[in-house]
Ligand binder design. Structure first.
Ligand SMILES: O=C(O)c1cccc(C(=O)CC[C@H]2O[C@@H](n3cnc4c(=O)[nH]cnc43)[C@H](O)[C@@H]2O)c1
Length: 254
């Protein structure tokens, strides 16, 4: 199995990589404009962990926000597909804001839906004041990770399995946090890249996961309340546990 993990920045990519064993096989592919780091999928514990690796994990720091995420993901997916070495699964990983209640700082959220939460039109006449891009008749507003796989990953990482919102602007007020929560009941986290990664994966017919280590509460801007170290540790732990699930995965990826 070949897996592409896309983060926003190098600190997230390196945290994800620390959770995975080194690769002793071929180097990561060379993709113009992208620097890929290669790790291995761990061999299943049931096999004593002594067999060869069941696959590779390439990690890419593609930049902050949905556009950079989509551009980097698309470049890596296209180049490897053209070279005859396509990926089987794409994972959006990194830190994120957690909605108060389900996702405290330091916890992990695994997306059961990846939702474009601010892609659409402002609509003052509508009760929630917003029309999603899908209601405008353009494309989709959400991508659904494979249900059985994302649930298995959430169990393994002891994370919350819930919608993760993709926004282009980090929420900085209680009003916007309440607005997002009322438009997306059950959402546990927001971040800025998942939907971009998912759009690029969908274009190639590939399944996608999103995994977030929570660095801050979604709400009034309070930089002192961010705990990057706890979030990056959560990303490392979550990527390690996800690797173990994927290394042993026998079910479908779709
Ligand atoms: O406001 C600041 O001073 C500030 C300083 C450092 C980083 C930021 C970011 O906005 C990082 C965005 C980056 O991290 C993800 N992220 C983390 N928490 C959130 C959030 O609450 N809402 C949205 N995105 C978040 C995001 O995926 C980006 O990659 C600000």
């Amino acid at each position: 199995m070949r897996i592409l993990v896309v983060t926003a920045v190098a600190a997230e990519r390196d945290a994800a990589a620390r959770g995975l064993p080194p690769s002793d096989g071929e180097p990561a592919p060379s993709v113009p404009g992208c620097e890929l780091l290669r790790r291995a999928l761990p061999a299943p514990q049931a096999a004593g962990g002594t067999g060869g690796s069941p696959g590779t994990v390439d990690l890419l720091a593609a930049g902050v926000g949905p556009a950079a995420a989509a551009a980097g993901t698309a470049a890596a997916l296209t180049a490897t597909a053209v070279a005859g070495r396509p990926y089987d699964l794409v994972v959006s990983a990194g830190i994120g804001g957690g909605f108060t209640g389900p996702a405290p700082v330091g916890s992990v959220v695994v997306a059961d839906a990846i939702v474009a939460a601010d892609l659409g039109a402002e609509l003052p006449g509508r009760p929630d004041g917003f029309l999603p891009v899908s209601d405008l008749g353009f494309g989709t507003s959400e991508h659904l990770p494979p249900a059985a796989l994302s649930a298995a990953v959430a169990r393994a990482v002891e994370g919350v399995h819930a919608p993760v919102l993709t926004v282009s602007t980090v929420t900085g007020s209680a009003e916007r946090a309440a607005d997002l929560a009322s438009r997306h009941p059950g959402a546990a986290a927001e971040a800025m890249e998942g939907f971009g990664v998912a759009e690029a994966a969908a274009l190639q017919g590939l399944p996608v996961l999103e995994i977030r280590g929570v660095s801050n509460p979604v709400g009034p801007r309070d930089r002192a309340g961010w705990d990057m170290a706890a979030a990056l540790t959560a990303v490392e732990r979550a990527c390690g546990a996800t690797g173990a699930v994927l290394g042993a995965w026998k079910g479908p990826l779709s």
